[in-house]
Design a protein around this ligand. Structure first.
Ligand code: PGA
Ligand code: ZN
Length: 424
């Protein structure tokens, strides 16, 4: 049983305070988890409780930590850690708000994740196996190698340019290819006179002006590394379009031009026709523009996967709406958007039942915790985006899966590695 829960304030990869939670079982088993944090957050995400005031730029989490140490610890005393749903439900009811505003989604998620870890540790099982069992497939990895939008100070308005290994014999083989392209990209950028400092997610943040320049650089790097764009290595983008959507006019102000929603869909359509290696497009429309999302999916959904992030914020309520309307065909899954492990599992289940794919995702503010990598394996997530091959808070997620792959080989001699991203 859970004996007590303890929270503490630690720091994330941007140097901002975040929550760490310990769940301690009656036999002394300790489960620990750290909570990530986004920058381009969706309006409807669960609430991250921050202290405000002057201390630590107002970003302190001592209130959230106090909720863990007091109300949550009391409420969970004597509860079974193996009933994840009950643990989460107790915290949801204790909070009592629709968006976890009272206790803070950061407090609740930390405890939720730490509970799963404690339960796994109790059985001496790795987290991915405790949460997922044995019939597991490793995810297709997506690596953000050029950062724009709110993740970088350059003029590119699209937020993320990712690469993914389409042809691979193993997860390790895929990661090797991505590392090749990442290092080659650095050379390509240097040769063109760009700076090669990295942004929040480990991708480069060159001072480019247009999305096309970034895609061209990726094509060059993929080819120079000895691979064929769209065959060996695919390209994926996250527009995070809410960031350049003008609510007043209803238009998109993108890289120096103004587009109506229909014109912006045309722009994206032309882009993926010109660069067929682009096989995934996230948030091409504003987070409240449901009809435009549907139109974009009808226009582009056969050519690329359309990923819903800010639109659905891992919330079953919005996911049901997206499924009903046909907005997008792939769900981005972020634990801290909804705030508990069991609600995140429900989001993944909803996707499965309705033939939506899932991409499990880190946040731009991360920690050394590799929970999300184990989670992606456990739910047969299909796809995982966890940043570039730089910055340990990113790379450790991939290293975690390399270890899982090794362990799986020991147990299951014939592993199946999909060689395209069409994973159901
Ligand atoms: P965030 O960005 O973690 O800053 O929200 C990630 C994304 O938009 O997918
Ligand atoms: Zn996104």
């Amino acid at each position: 049983y859970i004996d007590r829960v303890k929270g503490r304030e630690v720091f994330d990869s941007r140097g901002n305070p975040t929550v760490e939670a310990d769940v301690i079982l009656t036999d002394g088993t300790l489960g620990r988890a750290e909570v990530p944090s986004g920058a381009s957050t969706g309006e409807n995400e669960a609430i991250e409780l921050r202290d405000g005031g002057k201390r630590l730029m107002g970003k302190g989490v001592t209130k959230a930590v106090a909720h863990i140490n007091n109300e949550i610890s009391t409420a969970l005393h004597g509860v079974s850690p193996f009933d994840q749903r009950q643990v989460d439900q107790i915290m949801i009811e204790l909070d009592g708000t629709p968006n976890k505003a009272k206790l803070g989604a950061n407090a609740i998620l930390g405890v939720s994740m730490a509970t799963a870890r404690a339960a796994a540790d109790y059985f001496n099982e790795p987290l991915y196996r405790y949460l997922g069992g044995v019939d597991l497939e490793l995810p297709q990895s997506f690596h953000n190698v050029i950062n724009g939008g709110e993740h970088a100070d350059n003029d590119i308005d699209a937020q993320e340019f990712m690469i993914t290994p389409l042809k691979k014999t193993s997860f390790r083989d895929g990661i090797n290819k991505i590392a090749d392209v990442y290092h080659t990209l650095k050379k390509v950028l240097e040769a063109e006179g760009f700076e090669t400092g990295v942004g929040d997610e480990g991708g480069f943040a060159p001072n480019m002006k247009h999305t096309e320049e970034a895609v061209e650089a990726l094509y060059k790097a993929i080819k120079q590394a000895g691979y064929e764009p769209g065959v060996d290595i695919g390209i994926a983008m996250d527009f995070a379009a809410s960031a350049f959507f003008d609510k007043e006019s209803g238009n998109y102000n993108f890289e120096g031009k103004t587009y109506t929603p229909a014109q912006f869909i045309d722009y994206v359509s032309d882009l993926i026709d010109k660069y067929p290696a682009i096989m995934s497009v996230e948030d091409p429309m504003d987070e409240n523009s449901w009809d435009d999302f549907v139109t974009a999916t009808k226009r582009l959904g056969d050519k690329v996967q359309i990923v819903d992030d800010d639109l659905i914020v891992t919330n079953p309520k919005f996911i049901r709406k997206a499924i009903k309307l046909g907005a997008g065909n792939t769900l981005l899954i972020k634990l801290n958007q909804i705030g508990t492990v069991s609600e995140t599992l429900e989001a993944v289940r909803l996707a499965r039942k309705n033939n939506f794919k899932t991409m499990i995702s880190h946040r731009s503010g991360e920690t050394g915790d590799t929970f999300v990598a184990d989670f992606a394996v456990a739910v047969n997530g299909g796809e995982l985006k966890a940043g570039a091959m730089a910055r340990s808070e990113r790379v450790e997620k991939y290293n975690d899966i390399l270890r899982i792959e090794e362990a799986m080989h020991d147990l299951t001699p014939v592993a199946h590695y999909p060689n395209d991203v069409d994973l159901d």
